[in-house]
Write a protein that binds this ligand. Structure first.
Ligand SMILES: [Zn+2]
Length: 280
């Protein structure tokens, strides 16, 4: 697709902004979160606003729900939906450790009835769990909490926003960039583009590592045993070997490394878990 002229000009000015930002540390580079106990303060390139992306994410999420409703797959197991929502409700207040605005987000949590081993949290706190992940891997509440903490952390760090920003800066993914900046076609097309971009997001290993670390801290602060990360990733590893690699794991770090990283983080997060338990 050939970008419309104003977009090309904008990309040039954004690229200039990027260079200035890299050279001088000006606006455009910031950390979306505070560090927490695990230290999540890496500076990020952010060329679009949270509002722009969150609005698109909300539209995409609505579309996902509408499609699931049509197929009869939305929250078909009320006990499972209650369970997943209860875990989210316990984690949400603790997101304040990383960013004070997050507990006030319009969080939504739904369960899609599907064999797929998948879960995600879109920008702005729109969470979906696929029943196949929980039932197929027989996840405990603690293990669900570890997955949820991880997915929520992608949203807190605004990894999608960072990715779109990098794409704009690289003058790639023009369709998404143009859509986000309001050029081009109908709002239906816009929602589709965003849907593809947000659902099909492939995060970098660095992003995955951040989400693991922050997610484990959230898990612990919410009073879920972070040691559950170890059996969780073993289950993931087994699913992988069976050729059933969870979709959302496809670019995730090798599970064996991941287990070692979780073990190395336990001394940092176990005291948070123990404090949460003492508070009841
Ligand atoms: Zn991830």
């Amino acid at each position: 697709m050939k970008p419309p002229q104003p977009f090309a000009i904008l990309v040039r000015s954004l690229t200039a902004a990027l260079l200035a930002c890299a050279g001088l540390g000006l606006a455009g580079c910031a950390s979306t979160t505070a560090g927490g106990a695990v230290g999540a303060e890496r500076k990020q390139l952010l060329l679009i606003s949270s509002q722009q992306l969150n609005q698109l994410a909300a539209q995409s999420y609505t579309k996902l729900q509408a499609e699931a409703t049509k197929k009869g797959t939305l929250n078909t197991d009320p006990a499972l939906t209650r369970r997943v929502r209860a875990i989210a409700a316990r984690i949400e207040p603790h997101t304040a450790v990383f960013r004070p605005d997050a507990p006030g987000w319009k969080w939504e949590v739904n369960v899609i009835n599907s064999k797929e081993l998948n879960a995600f949290c879109m920008p702005g706190g729109k969470i979906a769990f696929y029943s196949g992940l929980i039932k197929g891997l027989d996840l405990s509440d603690e293990e669900i909490a570890v997955v949820m903490g991880h997915e929520i952390s992608h949203a807190l760090r605004e990894h999608s926003r960072e990715q779109v920003s990098q794409a704009i800066a690289a003058q790639a993914a023009i369709g998404v960039g143009a859509a986000l900046l309001g050029w081009g076609s109908s709002s239906a097309d816009l929602a589709n583009t965003a849907y593809d971009a947000l659902i099909a997001t492939r995060f970098s290993r660095a992003d995955e590592n951040e989400a693991d670390r922050m997610g484990l801290e959230l898990t612990a602060r919410a009073g879920y045993d972070p040691r559950a990360g170890i059996p969780l990733w073993r289950k993931m590893m087994n699913a992988n070997q069976g050729g059933r690699a969870p979709e959302f794991l496809s670019t995730h770090p090798a599970e064996a490394n991941r287990i070692r990283e979780i073990e190395s983080l336990l001394p940092t997060v176990m005291p948070l878990y123990e404090a949460a338990r003492r508070r009841g």
